[in-house]
Design a protein around this ligand. Structure first.
Ligand code: HEC
Length: 157
C-alpha cells in the first residue's frame, strides 16, 4: 500500500509539474484569411463548413477548447495543429504559388472524397464538425470550380 501511495503522489507531482510547460498558442485575431477568401471566393455555406470543421487546425487561429489548458492535452493539440499547418495553412494562401494552390485544392478534394478530414479525434469534442453528404458535396463543388482558376487541369495520378 505504501508503495502505491508513493507512486500516486509522484504521479500527481509530475502532473502538476508538466502544467508549467505550455506550448505557444496558435492565435491571430487579424484578418488572416482574407487572401484565401478573396481569391477562392467560397459561397456562404462552404465558408461556414470551413469555419466549423477546418480552420482550427488549418489556419493561424485556433478556437481553443477549455481542456487545452491541461498538459499533456495541450501538447497533443499543439502538435496536431503544427502538422496540419505544415500540410495546409489557409492563412498562408497568398504565399503559395499557382502550382501549390492547385495541389492544395487537389488534396482538399481528396481528403473530402475519402472522408479523411476533419480528423477523427476532432469529432470527439466537436460533434458538429463532421461533414454530411451535402456538405461534402458543397465543398467538392467549390474546390473543383476553384481549381480551374489556376488553370493547370487535373494532376497526373
Ligand atoms: C483536428 C485538426 C484537424 C482538422 C479539424 C482538420 N484537419 Fe486537415 N489535417 C490535420 C493534420 C494533423 C494533417 C496532417 C496529416 C498528415 O500529415 O498525415 C492534415 C492534413 C490535411 C490535408 C493534407 C493532406 C495530404 O494529402 O497531405 C488537407 C488537404 C486537409 N488536412 C484538409 C482539411 C480540411 C478540408 C478540413 C476540414 C473539412 C480539415 N483538414 C480539418 C488536422 C486537421
Amino acid at each position: 500500500m505504501k508503495v502505491i501511495k508513493k507512486i500516486a503522489k509522484l504521479l500527481l507531482l509530475l502532473f502538476v509539474a508538466i502544467q508549467f510547460f505550455r506550448p505557444e498558442k496558435n492565435i491571430n485575431q487579424g484578418n488572416h484569411l482574407a487572401g484565401f477568401i478573396n481569391e477562392t471566393n467560397p459561397p456562404e455555406n462552404v465558408k461556414t463548413i470551413l469555419t466549423h470543421s477546418c480552420y482550427d487546425c488549418h489556419s493561424n487561429n485556433t478556437e481553443y477548447p477549455w481542456y487545452n489548458n491541461i498538459a499533456p492535452v495541450s501538447w497533443w493539440l499543439s502538435a496536431h495543429i503544427k502538422d496540419a499547418k505544415a500540410a495546409l495553412n489557409l492563412s498562408d494562401w497568398d504565399n503559395y504559388n499557382k502550382g501549390q494552390k492547385d495541389r492544395k485544392l487537389e488534396e482538399i478534394i481528396e481528403v473530402i472524397e475519402k472522408g479523411e478530414m476533419p480528423l477523427k479525434e476532432y469529432h470527439w469534442m466537436h460533434q458538429e464538425a463532421g461533414l454530411s453528404k451535402e456538405q461534402g458535396e458543397a465543398v467538392l463543388e467549390w474546390a473543383r470550380r476553384t481549381k480551374t482558376l489556376y488553370g493547370l487541369g487535373p494532376l497526373p495520378r
